[in-house]
Write a protein that binds this ligand. Structure first.
Ligand SMILES: Cc1ncc(COP(=O)(O)O)c(C=O)c1O
Length: 446
């Protein structure tokens, strides 16, 4: 196999000439050539023609073992039969009515049955919308203006959420009191004044108590998608205790973990109940969706505020998404064994990879839980967002190129997923490809 970076880039170009042509066109049509910055790849992204089960094919006919799974959307793999059937049936009946329909009832009933903290659910169109809605609800229910979020957590790209998503040495500030670092230009100061960034240590509890009078809620990703870092259960338990005592609401952002780690997501795994939880990705069965789940009491209080609490959305709860979503939730409720199976496969993958790197003295490691995983260019397993710093960025870039040479498809940021459609043989295939990729990077450095 070719090993120098330039040679690999050329090989990838040779394998994907049609993707290269589309990339050239796209750069003139869309800022940066991409519809979402997270789709970046070198020398350019592959343009996908189709996906089925555990595989994706690009327009040049290359088949990849898909470890992106549309950033965690496809927990059953691409195009599961039960969901496709519901989609086709609903297409014949209409795609959007702007009126109530029966699928709303089935979908929300199934969501509420599955989610421990849920008595009511609201549906919107993306994970970003779901956190925006949850934070509005928390403000309305508490009549307080601020939301606290943790450094390293991603809650979508709206103006209130895109703060300190990554710890960056130049801007992050002290460990006990991280700076507010915007993730984009154009975020107004008004939004900044409503957000508090918390550290992942005891100081967070002190800050929550100090700001309790103005803090509507605290948001957390129980597993940080950026880095695939599982938050310590004792920390989450303490966060619940502290917020409860301080009269501050707790929000679990389960846009990734919901219906992926267990039917009841991290609430089921940790046994800790938040006041509000947000969902997206999996629950749409492949179509865009977001949802907020909470208690009846919380909504009742929010609605009694002076202006009343409300939200809207032309496409919110449209029949197409709720048909595929309801079919997905039904399948998951009836096939819970997939979660134990994916947990075991994830352990096999992580143990196999980490043992390989340790025994060869290679400075790489894999984090994650269940079907969520990420490879890092460092020997020690990172625990917190700041532990992700100091990686060999060139090695990460090269690794990404080797992944594609070895026919596995991962997002550029390396956060990765497998699905229930990935067989044990597929997982073994992934492990072989990851080992070969690491060996390729090490070889080019020797
Ligand atoms: C935890 C979390 N919250 C919110 C979002 C935003 O969801 P969306 O991309 O659907 O807007 C994401 C997206 O990856 C996420 O991982």
């Amino acid at each position: 196999m070719t090993s120098s970076k330039e040679a690999i880039l050329q090989e990838l170009r040779d394998r994907t000439p049609k993707s290269g042509e589309y990339w050239e066109q796209s750069k003139g049509l869309v800022p940066g050539g991409l519809m979402s910055g997270a789709r970046k790849m070198e020398p350019y992204p592959v343009y996908v023609e189709r996906g089925k089960g555990a595989y994706t094919w690009d327009i040049d006919g290359n088949r990849y073992l898909d470890c992106a799974m549309s950033f965690g959307v496809h927990v059953l793999g691409h195009g599961p039969d039960a969901v496709l059937k519901a989609l086709h049936e609903q297409c014949e009946l209409g795609m959007s009515y702007g009126m109530p329909h029966t699928r709303e009832v089935e979908f929300t009933r199934r969501l509420i049955e599955s989610v421990p903290c849920a008595e009511l659910a609201m549906v919107c169109n993306t994970g970003t919308e779901s956190t925006m809605l949850a934070w509005r609800l928390m403000r309305a229910a508490s009549n307080k203006p601020m939301i606290a979020k943790f450094e390293g957590c991603y809650h979508g790209w709206h103006d209130y959420a895109q703060w300190s998503v990554f710890a960056e040495p130049k801007t992050m500030g002290p460990e006990d009191r991280p700076n507010m670092s915007p993730g984009s230009a154009g975020i107004p100061d008004g939004a900044k004044s409503t957000v508090l960034v918390l550290p992942f240590n005891e100081n967070a509890f002190r800050l929550i108590e100090e700001h309790a009078h103005e803090l509507a809620g605290v948001a957390i990703e129980p597993v940080l998608g950026g880095g695939m870092l599982t938050v310590d259960k004792a920390f989450i338990q303490k966060l619940r205790e502290v917020t409860q005592k301080a009269g501050v609401l707790l929000h679990f952002d389960e846009v990734i973990t919901g219906f992926r780690l267990a039917l009841g997501g991290c609430q089921e795994i940790s046994g800790v109940l938040p006041d509000v939880a947000t969902y997206g990705k999996i629950i749409g069965g492949g179509l865009p969706i977001g949802a907020v789940a909470c208690s009846k009491e919380m909504v009742a209080i929010a609605q009694k505020t002076d202006d009343g609490f409300s939200a809207a959305g032309t496409f919110s709860g449209n029949p197409l998404t709720l048909s595929t979503g309801a079919a997905m939730l039904k399948y998951l409720q009836e096939n819970r064994q997939i979660y134990a199976d994916m947990m075991a496969k994830g352990e096999y993958l992580r143990n196999g990879f980490n043992e390989y790197c340790i025994s060869n003295g290679y400075p790489f490691c894999m984090t994650g839980i269940g079907s969520m995983f990420q490879i890092h260019a460092k020997a020690d397993l990172p625990v917190l967002a700041r532990d992700l710093l100091g990686q060999d960025e060139d090695a990460l870039t090269e690794l990404q190129l080797h992944f594609r040479l070895n026919k596995v498809l991962l997002p550029w940021m390396h956060l990765a997923f497998f699905s229930a459609a990935h067989t044990q043989e597929n997982i073994a295939e992934m492990l072989r490809a990851f080992k070969a990729s690491v060996a390729g990077v090490m070889e080019s450095r020797s």
